[in-house]
Design a protein around this ligand. Structure first.
Ligand code: ATP
Ligand code: MN
Ligand code: MN
Length: 376
């Protein structure tokens, strides 16, 4: 399983953190299909198959060629029996009946629809499905349901939030965040993280990391940012989560668990005039026809103490699969524990500090991967 294979001099490691994965994907047909299965297994809480197809999809994304026959995958990591079967169907029939069945499955379709609402997770979706609900209209009309504040915002701004955020919109959001933060603390470092840092042209939200070199001034920052945005009427929704971070805590391997930094999950009102799409003519037509001259955009703000900035940056840049493999690698290959806050060496029983991402890779004995090479 974990054998490393040489392809034209390129080593294919079973760890995504040892593979350079850019956005150029020669096997999208296969990886899209696998990702539908991953999603379905996630909905059904089948962890084993979820991992199997997730790892296979991620591995295929780094190949510098298109797989055209099953033979091409010989010796590659994570190509188990189930994965090979689906691969064969797609390569030979052009599609997989199993994937098609998932796409037509009522449960899959409903859960996918419900979880597309901001604030609605698997548990809530499952509950709604078991109540016999199938559409968002049915959910909205059901008088017996009590929606959270987050879900109410999710329904209110549904159309805006479901349309993906463009790079131009992310840039406009960045301007707003930087303007406000720098007004308060000119020395603050504001970094775009998540998918946009990896070079993606679109995303479901915009992620930011904020830190202040050489001080503890960051503690009040987010509160002040929120106050300013409130008076500017730019905040459509926000949930501020205070820090629960303790320096002595050992790193945790769970990628899906929240980290302990202070953060704010927000929906920002971004005016269309702030978005420079490079087509001024079109936006003028828009402004005349539409009354709504803004778009609701999901923004995540994370504030970290300066000493932990590099770890948070590495953790919030993703991709999720890259993060999982990075932690798995640290644990199994280095006897170290890595998370968004710190790196701990279990043999030496010490925390390893890092001023930047390069130093973390180096502690782990890994070649440095640029953010755009982490699209695993
Ligand atoms: P998208 O384009 O869909 O936004 P993305 O890669 O930016 O893709 P996000 O869900 O925004 O995905 O998350 C960005 C990264 O931040 C993830 O890869 C993950 O490692 C990390 N992350 C996301 N949510 C949390 C969280 N609640 N706590 C800690 N880390 C998180
Ligand atoms: Mn994101
Ligand atoms: Mn996010």
């Amino acid at each position: 399983h974990s054998a490393t294979r040489d392809i034209g001099g390129i080593r294919i490691s079973p760890y995504a953190c040892q593979r350079r994965t850019t956005l150029k994907n020669y096997n999208q047909k296969l990886t899209d299909a696998f990702e539908i299965l991953v999603e379905n297994y996630e909905f059904n809480e089948n962890k084993e198959f979820c991992l199997a197809f997730g790892r296979a999809a991620s591995m295929l994304k780094c190949l510098p060629f298109t797989v055209v026959q099953v033979n091409d995958t010989e010796g590659l990591p994570w190509m188990g029996e189930q994965v090979k079967e689906i691969t064969e169907d797609i390569l030979e029939e052009g599609e997989s009946s199993k994937v098609k069945a998932v796409l037509n499955d009522e449960n899959y379709r409903s859960i996918k629809l419900f979880t597309s609402v901001f604030g609605v997770g698997l548990k809530t979706s499952d509950k709604w499905y078991k109540m016999g609900l199938r559409t968002l209209e049915e959910v909205k009309c059901n008088k017996n349901l009590t929606l959270t504040r987050m879900q109410k915002a999710g329904f209110l701004y549904y159309d805006d939030l479901i349309s993906s955020v463009s790079k131009a919109e992310a840039d406009a959001a960045t301007q707003i965040v930087q303007d406000t933060v720098w007004k308060i603390l000119p020395d603050a470092v504001v970094t775009l993280t998540g998918g946009f840092r990896r070079g993606k042209q679109a995303g479901h939200d915009v992620d930011f990391l904020i830190t202040v070199p050489g001080s503890r001034q960051e503690e009040e920052l987010l509160h002040t940012v929120i106050d300013i945005w409130k008076t500017q009427e730019l905040l459509l929704y926000y949930d501020l989560i205070e820090s629960t971070f303790e320096n002595t805590k050992l790193p945790s391997r769970k990628v899906d668990a929240l980290d302990h930094f202070q953060k704010c999950f927000a929906i920002l009102k971004v005016h269309k005039e702030r978005v420079n799409e490079g087509s001024a003519v079109q936006s003028k037509v828009f402004a005349e026809e539409e009354t709504k001259d803004w778009k609701a955009i999901r923004v995540d703000l994370v504030v970290t103490p300066f000493q932990h900035y590099a770890f948070a940056l590495l953790g919030w840049t993703g991709s999720r699969q890259f993060e999982r493999d990075l932690r798995r690698y640290a644990t199994h290959e280095k006897k170290m524990m890595l998370d968004n806050h710190a790196l701990y060496d279990k043999t030496k029983k010490i925390f390893l500090s890092a001023a930047n991402e390069e130093e973390i890779f180096s502690h782990l004995g890994l070649d440095y991967l640029e953010p755009w090479e982490r699209n695993a």
